[in-house]
Ligand binder design. Structure first.
Ligand code: HEC
Length: 274
């Protein structure tokens, strides 16, 4: 059987030598036409797939021209898709006052499709600041078409509402991992060796651990849900190995930008608080 199959597909150059002048003449015309046809039909979708649309900045808080901005406030850039965390650095998102760069931390929110700039020190009151963003890209979005900036002025007050405390792993375990994941992720034979059936196993298996299946990815990167492969799986982001998690079922119902799914937010908030 094997033998017959392979002899059928063997290339037989002897056949071409027997071609009549008439056929050869036809081939001279038909081959370029055929090639042209192939290019014509494959050209467009091929190019469209190769060049994803650019990441788009939708809005910024504070808006450009804002005044009286709290001195301990953040600058938040909102995009039309999740930003690829590795694209975020001093070279792509930065804050200046006069001509000096203000040392800041940068955080990606995959849930809000945003990047947050937080100055290490409170800003100075009544001063003009400029926040800029350039060259960021998304999981399935190309680089931003052009650099963007916002200019705002600080007031002399601080923000009023303190940030809510992050949830503990016990809360995440009982709300999300136990009911939604432990049915599969349990014991020594758990998928990808990831046991999510107890607090200790989940913490041990996730925090700072490398993915067993996707080279170089960290399952939970303490303090950064954007760089945590666990969140990539929960949000079903493009270019992730295997299935979204959980692989089936009706949760989470909304994985899009600005999702209101409280359990997704709980997992992200837990990671950010680590
Ligand atoms: C129906 C069974 C099933 C359920 C339910 C399930 N998983 Fe999985 N999970 C798998 C399988 C199978 C794999 C390996 C293949 C893959 O990555 O798609 C996996 C892989 C993973 C990985 C990747 C591990 C690695 O090392 O790359 C993570 C993280 C994960 N699951 C987290 C979760 C979380 C969190 C939940 C609950 C919200 C969950 N899973 C629910 C079956 C399941």
């Amino acid at each position: 059987m094997r033998q017959r199959l392979s002899s059928e597909v063997v290339f037989q150059p002897g056949r071409a030598q027997g071609m009549s002048p008439r056929r050869a003449w036809l081939a001279v015309w038909l081959v370029p036409l055929w090639l042209g046809g192939c290019l014509w039909t494959t050209d467009e979708p091929y190019l469209a797939n190769r060049q994803p649309p650019p990441l788009e900045l939708l809005s910024v808080e504070p808006a450009s021209g804002a005044e009286g901005v709290p001195i301990d406030g953040d600058v938040v850039f909102f995009f039309d898709a999740p930003v690829f965390p590795q694209a975020v650095s001093r070279e792509t998102v930065w804050l200046t006052a006069s001509t000096s760069e203000i040392p800041s931390s940068r955080r990606v929110s995959l849930l809000d499709c945003s990047v947050t700039l937080r100055p290490h020190e409170p800003m100075l009151p009544l001063l003009l600041y400029r926040a800029e963003v350039a060259g960021l890209y998304g999981f399935d979005r190309g680089a931003m078409a052009e650099a963007q900036e916002v200019v705002f002025t600080t007031g002399d007050a601080t923000t009023t509402s303190p940030a809510p405390a992050p949830p503990t792993i016990e809360e995440v375990q009982s709300t999300v991992f136990a009911p939604r994941c432990a049915g599969c992720h349990v014991g020594a034979q758990a998928p990808a060796g990831l046991d999510l059936s107890t607090v200790d196993a989940a913490s041990e298996g996730l925090v700072g651990r490398k993915s067993a299946l996707f080279d170089g990815a960290t399952l939970v990167s303490a303090g950064r849900h954007g760089s945590s492969y666990l969140m990539w799986k929960l949000l079903d982001l493009p270019a992730v190995f295997g299935d979204p998690m959980p692989p089936a079922g009706d949760w989470p119902s909304d994985r899009g930008c600005g999702t209101r799914d409280e359990e997704l937010r709980m997992v992200a908030h837990w990671i950010d608080g680590l």
